[in-house]
Design a protein around this ligand. Structure first.
Ligand SMILES: [Zn+2]
Length: 372
């Protein structure tokens, strides 16, 4: 693909930059991308080629504007690290040449076309001057979150494309989950998910944003609740199984479309578990689990036995649940399997319990209530 621009400007697109220069007073750039893409994107600006970093079979070239030079160089290093992390998680990047272009804008933003990543950053003068509205999709205050989200779209969105607008979560929830794993934060998703879950199911996709004319609803449900559902599915099938099944799923559907059923079937085949009830509740439904528990502690010889009784509502099937008891001497954590109809669990501690926590690791997107 060859692009031309007025002198002083450079066009950044996806793929390997094979040639660039001046011809007849105009600048030109030629890119070669061997992998298929859904579309071609190009950014035109006073870009300078700031260098290439290659790690294994993946090469990343950075392009910065005169004012984003420094940020671009540091983003290039971060990009390399995030890409290595995502490769571990999802398998090889669908595109072997990536171009990173860094722009300036009032609102931070990004776009992730095939083989390319555009990051829009706030000019340093604006940072701290004007507050950005709290948003379900962009945790502006968490460094690296946005970059990881956009880069993950090379796998989810480009490498594999959602079948239709209802399957949007196959791109956004997964990009969001990958970003959360990268920054090790998931807790804020729960707040957004609970705030808007009644508005409609994840599977309503883009239409969620039009329900009340509030685009935050779409992002809260498709991005954040969706990411949490991915997290729960990972725990249900087991991390090891999940981490094997997902790269295989992505490889199988590479450069084609996939839907929720394809994903469910892949996870079912890998785990031998029936997952339809979870998808029915969490992707096609709106209800989220509520766990009501009671507990009783009694002395058992020289130790203390705490029996916890958990009664769930809206739980589609068995899930791993963490129960933690803190005593003066330490913390006793157990991960049990909670059945849809509930159960009771015993935690024995050498000292009297001071604090009991149900779902303390937030593995479940659940509301926990203490009963009497
Ligand atoms: Zn996204």
């Amino acid at each position: 693909m060859r692009f031309e621009a007025p002198a002083g400007y450079l066009v950044v697109s996806g793929g390997e930059l094979v040639r660039q220069g001046m011809e007849g007073g105009r600048s030109f750039a030629e890119y070669r991308q061997d992998e298929p893409g859904k579309y071609v994107a190009a950014a035109v600006g006073r870009f300078a080629d700031l260098g290439l970093r290659q790690e294994g079979r993946l090469a990343v070239r950075a392009f910065g504007l005169p004012r984003t030079r420094e940020q671009t160089q540091s983003l290039l290093l971060s990009t390399e690290k995030v890409m290595a992390f995502l490769t571990d998680l999802f398998g090889p990047c669908p595109y072997s040449f990536m171009n990173l272009a860094v722009l300036e804008g009032r609102t931070p933003g990004g776009h992730s076309p095939p083989g390319m990543i555009l990051i829009q950053q706030r000019p340093p003068l604006l940072i701290g001057r004007t507050a950005l509205r709290d948003d379900p999709a962009s945790f502006y205050d968490v460094p690296g979150f946005f970059l990881a989200h956009e880069l993950a779209h090379q796998w989810w969105g480009q490498g594999v494309a959602p079948q239709n607008y209802r399957e949007r979560w196959l791109a956004e929830a997964w990009a969001q989950y990958a970003a959360a794993l990268w920054v090790r934060k998931l807790d804020r998703f729960a707040i957004w998910a609970w705030r808007h879950t009644d508005a409609g199911p994840v599977n309503l996709g883009h239409r969620l944003g039009h329900l009340r004319g509030d685009p935050q609803i779409y992002r809260a449900i498709v991005y954040d609740k969706g990411a949490y559902v991915v997290h729960m599915l990972r725990a249900i099938v087991g991390e090891e199984t999940f981490d094997r099944a997902i790269p295989a799923f992505l490889a199988e559907h590479r450069f084609s479309k996939a839907g929720t059923d394809d994903l469910r079937e892949a996870l079912e085949a890998a785990s031998g578990k029936a997952l339809q009830p979870y998808f029915t509740s969490w992707i096609y439904g709106t209800a989220l689990p509520v766990l009501r528990y009671t507990s009783k502690t009694e002395a058992a010889g020289s130790a203390y036995r705490t029996v916890v009784d958990v009664r769930p509502r809206n739980l589609p099937g068995p899930v791993p649940l963490q129960i933690a008891v803190t005593t003066e001497g330490g913390r006793e954590e157990q991960t049990v399997t909670l059945a849809a109809e509930g159960g009771h669990f015993t935690v024995t501690t050498p000292r009297p319990p001071r604090k009991l926590e149900i779902n303390g690791d937030r593995a479940l997107l659940a509301r926990v209530e203490r009963g009497r």
